[in-house]
Design a binder for this molecule. Structure first.
Ligand SMILES: *Cc1c(COP(=O)(O)O)cnc(C)c1O
Length: 390
């Protein structure tokens, strides 16, 4: 390779799990008692979230994928129904809909936030539309006030895919609590984790939805009512499955969630350094980076760069990799994937999504990232970007 490449002296992974130090202690406590689901730690975690979010009901699940599947069951999706969502998302958002025989309808994202574009949502509403699934990309909120207004006007459910948006807000209200239902992820790559895990938020005062959610999650039984002492034994009362995480996972998660705000503060410090170090390239119009609108409080899940083309993006990823820095792409648009094409979509259906996804890379962000690592990423990236210009 060219002489311009310095041999690297550091390895910076894309992600590293942050441990608060109490995980093992809580797991030991769980092991001494009940290890199956819905024990003490599940209750601690769901009440911590309910209090912090000010929402009706938080049901812990085995993943955000499962929370989305529960939401699709709860909203009664069936063949012939359409659900509007961005194409720029993880396959789970669309799979939840397809598993019920309904159709995912892919809409465009906004250039500034990479979130669902309300104007395109409006264009895509038909008599068959049943729900909207906004995805809060990187922990930055969609325009929930506008989306809720559109949904009210057309009698649609709103299911937030807030997998990346735990502990983030839009106009002061936590993401995941705006829609009828909200889905969180505690996957190993997310800000707060139990390795695998998630939650379904049932918002609003309509107790019927919350009651049914409990039945679906408890294998179609009224075990929740039994646990509350309302019935003498529990039995089969409806359709359901098992989405209950074990106490061992919830013990781990409780240790993480106790430090939620401290973890966010650490990620913010990384974000701020990156934003500052890259500002001149943004001002020169060479790249775009994560930008947070004033009405959003982010949880700093993603710091991205958008380059002018897929070719440039791939080159930057490769050059960073040669210096020991792991930068990665993100969502491959669903509409132009193999499955999307099988559903009848063409790449040119959503040009903004295609262009943005092709030019995007994510930089390493983790709570334990030290100064030297941040500087190492920035110095190398700056050097690579300088050379791109010529
Ligand atoms: C991570 C993610 C999911 C899936 O979460 P799991 O907990 O791994 O099932 C779904 N949607 C989005 C937008 C995600 O980022």
């Amino acid at each position: 390779m060219e002489a311009a490449f310095k041999s690297f002296n550091m390895e910076v992974p894309f992600n590293k799990t942050w441990l608060t130090g109490r995980e093992i202690e809580y797991i030991k406590e769980a092991m001494a008692g009940q290890v199956s689901g819905d024990g003490r730690f599940s209750r601690l975690v769901s009440s911590l979230l309910e209090q912090k979010l000010g929402t009706t009901k938080v049901l812990m699940t085995t993943s955000a994928t499962h929370a989305l599947e529960m939401a699709a069951l709860l909203t009664g999706l069936k063949p012939g129904d359409e659900v509007i969502m961005p194409s720029f998302t993880f396959p789970s958002t669309a799979n939840a809909v397809l598993l019920r025989g309904a159709r995912p309808v892919f809409a465009e994202i906004r250039e500034d936030t990479l979130n669902l574009d309300p104007a395109d949502v409006l264009r895509k509403i038909t008599p068959g539309t049943k729900a909207i699934i906004p995805v809060h990309y990187g922990g930055i909120g969609c325009e929930m006030d506008r989306l809720m207004e559109i949904a009210r006007g057309h009698g649609l459910y709103v299911i937030e895919d807030a997998a990346q948006a735990v502990n983030a807000r839009y106009r002061g209200k936590p993401l995941g609590t705006w829609g009828h239902l909200g889905c969180y992820s505690f996957h190993g790559t997310k800000n707060y984790t139990s390795g695998e895990g998630g939650a379904l938020l049932v918002n609003g005062s309509d107790g019927v939805l919350a009651e049914r959610a409990g039945v679906i999650r408890q294998k179609g039984t009224d075990r929740e009512r039994f646990l509350r002492g309302e019935v003498e034994k529990y039995c089969w009362v409806g359709i359901g499955s098992n989405y209950t995480p074990s106490e061992i996972l919830m013990a781990f998660l409780y240790a993480q969630l106790e430090d939620m705000d401290a973890i966010t503060a650490r990620r913010k410090a990384v974000h701020d350094s990156y934003a500052q170090g890259l500002a001149k390239y943004v001002e020169a119009g060479m790249i775009k980076t994560t930008s947070i609108p004033p009405e959003c409080e982010s949880n700093y899940h993603v710091f991205y760069l958008i380059l002018d083309s897929k070719k440039t993006r791939d080159r930057v990823i490769n050059e960073l990799a040669q210096r020991g820095i792991e930068a990665v792409t993100h969502f491959m648009p669903l509409h132009s994937s193999l499955m999307g094409r099988e559903l009848g979509y063409l790449p040119q259906d959503l040009p903004v999504t295609e262009r943005i996804a092709g030019g995007l890379l994510r930089l390493p962000v983790y709570a334990g990232m030290i100064r030297d690592e941040i500087s190492y990423v920035l110095e190398n990236l700056q050097e690579i970007l300088e050379r791109l210009e010529v």
